[in-house]
Design a protein around this ligand. Structure first.
Ligand code: G1P
Ligand code: ZN
Length: 583
């Protein structure tokens, strides 16, 4: 057994290591600075209780982006030096974010060990490569992101750190080969266990969904399927689940080989960045002659996000979670005994609220970021939840789950078509969505993103909007001056959330303007960017007159969009005449 020594290294604080909505994300060039990663990792160890470090089992893996392999070796050496007993690494350092959550919750080592936490190496949907982003976040024993109390402590530690511990002489472990390597340090044995990245996750999916009914759907000549992993880690799960387990054709997969730079693309599953899929589904401008598939989906870099498409049809993520919730009990065996409750993030449309009211389900509105759903799930209050930002999931893990969402949709399609796979007309994705609108009404919805704007200007815009809220008559005067045909604002505030489980309060979670007819304008600053600021504007309008639910959403929302941009003086503050991304 190779012996190692522990070195204590002097270091000093580095500015700007505050974890955002989902961990610390910066340019690779920043992470490569001497001690940058080391300081953050040591600050995390110091923020955890002793039993989560000494003798503990730690998962370390991620979406495989550039710098991951170097980072994994550094973290292994620091884990050994800090007294961690064993590190579990997905083969080639690959584990999707939902798979990490599943591994923490479900995997049991040969000696009965269970993981107490994980470093996830990802910057999610941000591009990768030597000049792009890297990221690291810590997940807890329940499989979910560290709560604010811990991330605040990590940040405080980064501001005072003086030393870190590392086993410099520990040789690099070959993470491409499955197997356990043992080392010996002065505190005892230390193991690195490289394991199959897909097994635990696939096993969990098989326990949730009826794979046989999905197989039948995929085998039907009437049905066709396309999945785009955008060169992220989802590719390895897509190959295993959709091809090997469910029998889809190889040609159904696009960009399913993970790449360190995501093939130079932006691994974000939306209509702007999932270009190939969008074209194949007949939604692009240059439609090919070929008949598009019936169902298409994409994932982001770490496979927690999903976009669902029908033939020439886009399903908004807000509608997607509502439709999954409305059909879950009938379509998905895991939910047969009923839903405990449902939840959405504040800026997500109220489509889910209407389902909750109709089905008499517990309902929660939480701030942006998946961590807020975790407490509800741990307390048994929530089964299905989602965010407008292409995040959908359930209490099977404590992260959103891109592949799960696709399996949920395939299950719904399988259910709706169970009697007509050989006979009648296929019930399509579009049919399911339109039927849902006819039953529950439609929430027209769009989001405008202004990326990488000057941070000072973004802050001024937000301050201006908050100040404006002090007088509703003034707000309404301005709005009616912009468009007389929009409804009246009846409430304006900054969203604040009191966690019903632990009573913690999260303030300043976005500025809301709520209209009498159920429309909403929401403004918030992104917490995941790595440069400048990103302003997000969320625009929503409810329509339950069945003769008015078939409009183009940008057309239907045009008056409210105009109000949002003029009310916030977007162009004056930011100098931008148009958003960088519209979803
Ligand atoms: C964005 C999304 C948010 C999601 C997060 C992590 O955060 O808006 O819903 O939870 O990414 O995927 P933001 O950049 O808005 O802070
Ligand atoms: Zn992600």
């Amino acid at each position: 057994m190779v012996m190692f020594k522990v070195s204590r290294k002097a270091t000093s604080p580095i500015d700007g290591q505050k974890p955002g909505t989902s961990g610390l994300r910066k340019k690779v060039t920043v992470f490569k600075q001497p001690n940058y990663l080391h300081n953050f990792v040591q600050s995390t160890f110091n923020a955890l209780t002793l039993e989560k470090v000494k003798g503990a089992t730690l998962v370390v893996s991620g979406d495989g982006r550039y710098f991951s392999k170097d980072a994994i070796q550094i973290i292994i050496k620091m884990a050994a030096a800090n007294g961690v007993r064993r590190v579990w690494v997905g083969q080639n350092g690959l584990l999707s974010t939902p798979a990490v959550s599943a591994v923490i919750r479900e995997r049991v080592g040969a000696d009965g060990s269970k993981a107490s936490g994980s470093f996830i190496l990802t910057a999610s949907h941000n591009p990768g490569g030597p000049h792009e982003d890297f990221g690291i976040k810590y997940n807890m024993e329940n499989g979910g992101p560290a709560p604010e109390g811990i991330t605040d402590r990590i940040y405080d530690n980064t501001k005072t750190i003086k030393e870190y511990f590392i086993a410099e002489d520990l040789p690099d472990v070959d993470i491409s080969i499955i197997g356990v390597t043992n080392f010996s340090g002065h505190e005892g044995q230390f193991d690195v266990d490289v394991f199959d990245s897909t097994n635990d996750y696939v096993k969990l999916m098989k326990s949730i969904f009826d794979f046989e009914s999905i197989q039948n759907l995929l085998a039907s000549p009437k049905f066709s399927f396309c999945y785009d992993a955008l060169h992220g880690v989802a590719g390895i799960y897509a190959k295993r689940i959709f091809i090997q387990e469910l029998g889809a054709r190889e040609s159904s997969l696009l960009n399913c080989t993970p790449k360190e730079d995501f093939g130079g693309g932006h691994p974000d599953p939306n209509l702007t960045y999932a270009k190939e899929l969008v074209a194949r589904m007949g939604l692009g401008k240059a439609n090919s002659q070929e008949e598009p598939p019936e169902f298409g989906a994409a994932a982001d870099g770490d496979a927690d996000r999903n976009m669902v498409l029908g033939k020439r049809f886009f399903v908004t993520p807000s509608d997607s979670v509502a439709i999954i919730a409305a059909n879950a009990v009938q379509a998905i065996p895991y939910f047969t005994s009923g839903l405990k409750g449902v939840a959405r993030s504040m800026p997500t449309s109220a489509a889910l609220d209407v389902v909750a009211t109709n089905l008499k389900l517990k309902f929660f509105e939480v701030p942006t970021g998946w961590k807020f759903f975790g407490n509800l799930m741990d307390a048994g209050l929530c089964s299905v939840c989602g965010e407008e930002s292409f995040g959908t999931g359930s209490d099977h893990i404590r992260e959103k789950d891109g592949i799960w969402a696709v399996l949920a949709w395939l299950s719904i399609l399988a259910l709706k078509n169970k009697d007509n796979l050989n006979g009648g007309k296929l019930v399509t994705v579009e049919d399911i969505v339109r039927q849902h609108w006819a039953t529950y009404g439609r929430h027209y919805y769009t989001r405008y993103d202004y990326e990488n704007v000057d941070a000072g200007a973004a802050k001024e815009l937000m301050t201006y909007l908050v100040k404006l809220q002090s007088s509703l008559p003034d707000v309404n005067k301005i709005i009616k001056g912009i468009r007389s045909d929009v409804s009246t604002v009846v409430q304006a505030d900054e969203f604040e959330y009191k966690d019903p489980v632990d009573g913690s309060i999260s303030k300043h979670q976005g500025i809301r303007y709520l209209f009498e007819d159920g429309s909403r304008l929401v403004f918030r600053l992104s917490g995941t960017g790595s440069e400048g600021a990103t302003i997000r504007v969320y625009i929503e309008q409810y329509e339950n007159d069945s003769s008015k639910i078939g409009k183009d959403s940008q057309e239907a929302l045009a008056p409210l969009v105009e109000v949002a941009l003029k009310l916030s003086k977007m162009q004056e503050f930011t100098g931008r005449s148009a958003p960088t991304v519209i979803t």
